[in-house]
Design a protein around this ligand. Structure first.
Ligand code: ADP
Ligand code: MG
Length: 617
């Protein structure tokens, strides 16, 4: 029986849930101590102030004799205080004695509210930063699985909700302390009546439990709909041209309307449940007041003063019980945010398999060697854990040497594994087996930051931000380039056109660089890579989406780098392939032919076929 009561109280105050939550949100010990300390101080002043009401009421009832007849802790401590301060027992003095703690209580209230806001917002910021860090540390495989809008929703909306959930938990903490205090005062007045009140408060908790659980479930549904809606909107905005070309405006806006309607239904249900909590709780709490009154008068023969204080305290306790219920509702509503943030952070951390290493990479001097490298794309899972794709073996037994300063071209049919292979060098993915070494050092031993910064990487997508050209050019550079250095790189990348723009380098690019043509964007991206001045350059079909004039510009820029940098390029144009020092033909995850253009063209093999099919035209 006792165990059951303790369990109920534990369940009511959600002590375990609170402990679990605090372990999730990395709140500091000092912060918990500060918050609890302030809440306790508030409770102390509140308690002293309230307790003083009893002597006042008793004084009103029976005048000065109260001090001699009035027994019990409260009167004796009041009398002690008055004696110590050398004050006479008058109504004014008693009222003052009650009023001073109330004033102090408000001062503490102010600091408590202030500090709570500080802590809750700090937690919100910490959660956002933690989430972002975890997401930015995750391997590309994590991003392959997660829609961008979903991640935006987590980083912006759900971390905010999580911070609010914590704020409400913190509030619950001070409400709980006050409830305990009121119960303590009531115990001083009458143990049996306190028992009855506590039973009613627990009864309220049990009655509204079901509604609160459903509010939490709806909170989870709402967060889920919110996430899916954001993912859809971000995706559709990204493919606006397709939406327009298929004339799908009505359908797309209808789709978002449907999400919004689902959301509205959930919110309305939540509000209705919230109202029902009030409806159930209020009569029960009133009833507890009446029962207390009845038993106090009819069976315990309490004085008017005792009853008055009892009612006063009961009233405040009931207000706190209601506040506590509101808190439970708010936590239930916001909890989904915290859970989503936790889940995403955990998934991101799990997808963080690239360990950093410690050797600083400062340029390739002799050679890059692939030794029996294989790579499997891991099995991919949906959000609910179902298996979407089995693991696929993409590269098998790749062995190759690339001398420093040489130009190596990878050619082959689409889907052969060329992009995957070059992504292994900057460790965007790690080989499943085998090793890749730079000057004899395994790439896994390098500090991954210095390794990546030591490699220039240009893909089909020019990778530019919606910022000024200058900001794009200097993004992530370790030094501040002079205007001359920038001009030099821009000119070597045949991107001199940027100086003819009215605002020059300060021209904004627009989202995904829409203000420029594909060729112009790629030349700006190349200028950035040249500013980085890395010893290794990886090019993954940077010209495949360009017109032949732009392509020629890029080709010429690269030809000038031949011999200066170690260049590995995925190519399908003859112009690049002819000048390469060595060619690898990659098909179905293996190197099936290797040599120079002259050597390979002479054989009647895969390369010859590619050539004949005009893939290398
Ligand atoms: P290439 O660049 O030669 O066209 P890729 O390296 O892009 O080839 O792809 C090689 C193979 O890996 C393809 O069969 C492709 O379907 C598969 N693949 C590429 N990316 C992923 C991924 N994120 N998850 C699973 N399989 C992938
Ligand atoms: Mg590719």
């Amino acid at each position: 029986m006792l165990a059951r009561v303790i369990e109920l109280i534990n369940e009511y105050l959600k002590i375990n849930a609170i402990r679990r939550m605090f372990s999730m949100v990395n709140i500091r010990k000092s912060e918990i101590l500060g918050l609890v300390g302030l809440a306790a101080l508030f409770a102390v002043f509140e308690g002293v102030g309230l307790s003083m009401l009893l002597p006042i009421l008793q004084y009103a009832e029976s005048g000065e004799t109260a001090i001699t007849t009035g027994s019990g802790v409260i009167w004796s401590s009041a009398a002690n205080i008055l004696r110590a301060l050398n004050l006479p027992v008058t109504l004014v003095v008693l009222l003052l004695l009650a009023f001073i703690p109330i004033l102090l209580r408000q001062v503490v209230y102010y600091f408590n509210a202030w500090y709570s806001a500080i802590v809750a917002n700090r937690i919100g910021v910490r959660m956002r930063v933690n989430t972002l860090n975890a997401v930015l540390d995750a391997d590309p495989s994590f991003f392959d699985r997660q829609p961008v809008g979903h991640l935006v929703g987590i980083a912006v909306t759900q971390t905010e909700a999580a911070g609010e959930a914590v704020l409400w938990v913190v509030k619950q903490l001070s409400v709980s302390l006050l409830m305990l205090l009121y119960v303590a005062i009531m115990i001083a007045l009458s143990v049996p009546l306190t028992g009855i009140t506590v039973v009613f408060a627990l009864l309220v908790a049990v009655v509204v439990k079901h509604s609160i659980t459903r509010i939490r479930d709806f909170g989870i549904d709402a967060a889920d709909v919110n996430q899916r809606m954001m993912a859809k909107i971000v995706e559709r905005f990204g493919l606006m041209r397709l939406v327009k070309m298929r004339d799908q405006k009505t359908l797309e806006s209808r789709r978002i309307e449907e999400y919004s309607e689902t959301m509205r239904d959930i919110r309305v249900k939540q509000a209705r449940l919230g109202a029902s909590v009030e409806v159930y709780a209020d009569p029960l709490l009133m009833l507890s007041v009446f029962v207390t009154l009845y038993i106090g008068i009819a069976h315990l023969g309490m004085t008017l003063a005792q009853l008055g204080l009892m009612l006063f305290v009961l009233n405040r306790l009931n207000a706190k019980v209601k506040e506590f219920n509101t808190g439970r509702q708010m936590i239930s509503t916001k909890m989904a945010g915290l859970l989503l943030v936790r889940q995403t952070t955990a998934e991101a951390a799990e997808a963080n398999t690239i360990h950093r290493g410690s050797v600083a990479f400062d340029g390739l001097e002799s050679s890059l060697v692939f030794d029996d490298v294989s790579f499997d794309y891991p099995q991919s899972q949906g959000l609910d854990g179902e298996i979407l794709d089995e693991a696929t073996s993409v590269l098998r037994g790749i062995s190759a040497g690339i001398p420093a300063g040489s130009l190596t071209a990878l050619v082959g049919r689409s889907g052969g594994g060329k992009s995957t292979l070059v992504e292994l060098i900057p460790r965007l993915r790690d080989a499943t087996s085998g090793s890749i070494t730079l000057d004899g050092i395994d790439i896994r031993q390098f500090d991954v930051g210095t390794l990546r910064k030591g490699i220039g990487y240009l893909t089909q997508d020019a990778m530019l931000f919606n910022e000024s050209i200058r900001e794009n050019l200097v993004y992530g550079l370790d030094y501040e380039p002079t205007d001359d250095q920038i001009r030099d790189a821009v000119e070597r990348a045949y991107a001199g056109f940027v100086y003819e723009l009215p605002r020059g380098l300060d021209t904004m690019l627009g989202d995904r660089g829409v203000r420029f043509s594909g060729g112009e964007r790629q030349r700006i991206a190349l200028a950035r890579v040249l500013l980085e001045d890395t010893s290794i350059l990886i090019l993954d079909e940077p010209t495949s989406a360009l017109d032949s004039e732009s392509e020629t510009f890029i080709q010429e820029a690269l030809a000038k780098l031949h011999g200066e940098k170690t260049i590995i390029t995925v190519a399908h144009r003859l112009a690049t392939v002819i000048q390469a020092d060595q060619l690898f033909v990659i098909d179905d995850g293996q190197i099936i032919e290797r040599g120079t253009h002259e050597e390979l063209i002479g054989r009647d093999g895969a390369y010859h076929k590619l050539f004949a099919s005009q893939l290398l035209g």
